[in-house]
Design a protein around this ligand. Structure first.
Ligand code: NAP
Ligand code: F7E
Length: 363
């Protein structure tokens, strides 16, 4: 019998890759979406004709909608990926972030219990390296103490502990993946990696003059999202419900990422100055292409994330180095170079069409 999975946050970066992964494994995949005045289903549009792929309206801040979808689908596995996932935005919308990222997790767990699925349904919670926050140890593993350093991280810490509580109190199979940053060509455009690859592609093709960034020295352990969804699945196939760190085991700065992304877009950068005065300069033309803007500084910033994926490698047989840092940056830049080239071609066609219409060449 095919297994049934429910994915909250199916329209997001990870939700789209996980859907593809589970459909390939023969699952019936159900995803939750939110009503929006514009269509934000770009990442899953290619799956919507698949008869094994089903969508339902639900919101993590609305218990009834969660209860309803779980009662209807009665899933074997739930992947709770839905979240207000932007750390900087969590400073502007702290209460909403708590509603979704903290008590939203409780709503899922309790709905599973209330629907009588506590013994049958396995639950994966999308936890985060942001829990380590103002880090107390490098690299970070499953034993490293948490020190959350943003409203997002504090909300996710509640999510982590309530999952553990339901595991111990009710013997439920629920686990957290403590995922370090993972990126892709589908990454939201306001996260730093995608912001950089898109800007590098636009600057290289004459569509943007400059890129403004915040803290260039911040260090992250960046992996490829497509590789990480496999590990989410492995966590739920494990014999025992346990929490796992998912990371590559390598660390790079925002500056390193930008240097490489611009290089792959055909521009060699040299860095001059320090702090807010640091600039990324095109070696060939001498033009300043990257500047620092304090607008992107955070009230408290997490600056030293570096994961130790030994447990996942040892106990789940997961390969943390499947896609290298260089390959990740390359595939993101290639994808954005293509996207910008298509946008330019579209503009060109539109301009020509307007001219032909004006001149009466076409009607
Ligand atoms: P993402 O691209 O921002 O996707 C978030 C998803 O959650 C979207 O489908 C979004 O729907 C949905 N969502 C937001 N608020 C919701 C609400 N109130 N009710 C229901 N759905 C809601 O995030 P991602 O990068 O795929 O990350 C997936 C999960 O992993 C998140 O929980 C994130 O916090 C966590 N995480 C991510 C990373 C990373 O590096 N990517 C690392 C660690 C943990 P809309 O499309 O309608 O907005
Ligand atoms: O920032 C610095 C910024 O927004 C990374 C989410 O998926 O991963 C993500 O959260 C670093 C920070 O990701 C800019 O200060 C510099 O130190 O790409 P980010 P994040 O905050 O690490 C974790 C694991 C999650 O769980 C989250 O859901 O880059 N930075 N300049 C900048 N960041 C942004 N966004 N924009 C800048 O211009």
């Amino acid at each position: 019998m095919a297994k049934t999975a429910l994915i909250t946050g199916v329209t997001g970066q990870d939700g789209s890759y996980l859907s593809e992964f589970l459909l390939e494994k023969g699952y019936q995949v159900h995803g939750t979406i939110r009503r929006s005045s514009v269509d934000f289903r770009e990442r899953i549009a290619h799956l919507e004709d698949n008869p094994a792929f089903h969508l339902h309206y639900a919101d993590l801040s609305d218990s009834l909608s969660i209860m309803q979808v779980i009662a209807k689908v009665r899933p074997d596995e739930i992947y709770n990926l839905a979240a207000q996932s932007h750390v900087q935005v969590s400073f502007d919308c702290p209460e909403y972030t708590a509603q979704v990222d903290a008590t939203g997790v409780l709503r899922i767990l309790e709905a599973v219990r209330q629907c009588g699925l506590a013994d049958k349904c396995r639950i994966y919670q999308a936890s985060t390296s942001e829990l380590y926050g103002k880090v107390e140890q490098v690299p970070q593993n499953e034993e490293t103490p948490f020190h959350p350093y943003s409203p997002y991280a504090v909300a996710k810490l509640y999510g982590f502990w309530i999952v553990r509580e339901y595991r111990e109190a009710y013997n439920m199979f629920c686990c957290s993946g403590i995922l370090f940053n993972h990126e892709s060509e589908r990454r939201g455009e306001t996260f730093v990696t995608r912001k950089i690859t898109l800007a590098a592609a636009r600057i290289a093709q004459g569509k943007q003059d400059k890129l403004y960034l915040g803290n260039l020295s911040s260090m992250r352990d960046w992996g490829y999202a497509r590789d990480y969804v496999e590990c989410m699945w492995l966590i739920l196939q494990n014999e025992k419900p346990e929490d796992f760190v998912i990371a590559t085991g390598e660390q790079h700065s925002v500056r390193d990422f930008a240097t490489l992304a611009f290089r792959y877009a055909g521009i060699e950068l040299r860095w001059e100055g320090e702090g807010a005065d640091e600039k990324g300069i095109d070696v060939k033309t001498g033009k300043v292409l990257v500047e620092v803007s304090p607008d992107f500084y955070r009230p408290t910033d997490v600056v030293n994330l570096w994961g130790d994926p030994s447990k996942a490698r040892r106990e789940l047989g997961w390969n943390p180095q499947k896609t290298s840092f260089e390959q990740l940056v390359r595939l993101m830049v290639d994808s954005d170079m293509e996207k910008v080239a298509i946008e330019r071609a579209d503009e060109h066609i539109k301009r020509n069409l307007v001219e032909y219409l004006e001149k009466g060449i076409v009607k």
